[in-house]
Design a protein around this ligand. Sequence first.
Ligand code: MF3
Ligand code: CO
Length: 373
Amino acid sequence: MLKSLRLFINAAIERSDLTVEAKRYPKICRGRCDSDLAAEVIIAEHAAKLLLEKFGRRLCNMTPAVCRRMFSACFGKGCLNMEKIKIGRNDPCWCGSGKKYKKCHCDIDEIISEHEVLGEIVPPRKIIKNKVQIDGIRESAKINTLVLDYVAERIKEGVTTEDIDRWVYERTTELGAIPAPLNYEGFPKSVCTSINEVVCHGIPSESVVLKDGDIINVDVSTIYNNYFGDASRMFCIGNVSEEKKKLVEVTREAVFLGLEQVKPWAHLGDIGQVINDLAKSNGYSVVREIGGHGIGLEFHEDPWVSYVTTKGTDMLLVPGMIFTIEPMINMGTHKIVYDESDGWTVRTADGKPSAQWEIQVLVTETGHEVLSG
Ligand code: MF3
Ligand code: CO
């Protein structure tokens, strides 16, 4: 029974133009809003109709959820992965460019499959951006950089982190954009300000005044036309000790060493390897629990980017992927502690300083493009 059902459903899938239909039903499912899931539901509904014709009512009083369960029984988990359904060379490309598949992602898909059969982790289609999306994300990232520039011109001893928050809010909205952190999962401010032993996610406050010798990370993220930008910089306030200055410099160097690894068909792990090596050779450590992320259509997308990975491992890099390189490098232990009282601030476990720089990077056909930094 399962075998004949499987053959039947395969034929049903083949006959229908489900990819196109799925696009018309974005966000069909509450909670999980991806179009793959929408596609699965469409397939399920479609198949239910066909099953009704073939097998009669007995099999077909089925909701899409029941259908999905039945499909899983037939094909195993992930059986209705739209990416496995073949697209004709003359059909519209899955990326939404409107171009024919053979003139768009067909060649790239072939290379991806060559890596996939070797057991490598390959990016899901939803994180590979098309030209329209890249252009939109680039605009948002540009605004993000302008906001960081605005902070850079004003930051100095005596200002409060609340002042920085106000600058970020005012400049971002003046440019027609929205600060992404504001109300993000309950984050109360427009920017993260992380001083000295604060690793990341410091909350701006009226009572925190920048003083001579501080190092501070200002992490700016922007939403513009629903596209996301994200980058951060370190600032040295007044006379900073040589050892803190060096931590800040090495961390910046680490980010750009990581960036050099970014090109098509390299691996995400290549970035982590060079960053971790550089940190270790300076006697520093890299934070493990918090990393970079895909970004563009959402604030945080796949992949999660670790900076303690090994060369040649982790996700294959493919043109159209956009993610951040944002290692947190500690002078002492890599261990961190979360502030229970505010729910956000992350500090080094030993109280020693930590530094972070963040850039937002696009994988291009020939290498990479820094979108914000
Ligand atoms: N740029 C930080 C990140 O990549 C910003 C976090 S915003 C916060 O995660 F709201 F989550 F704090
Ligand atoms: Co980020």
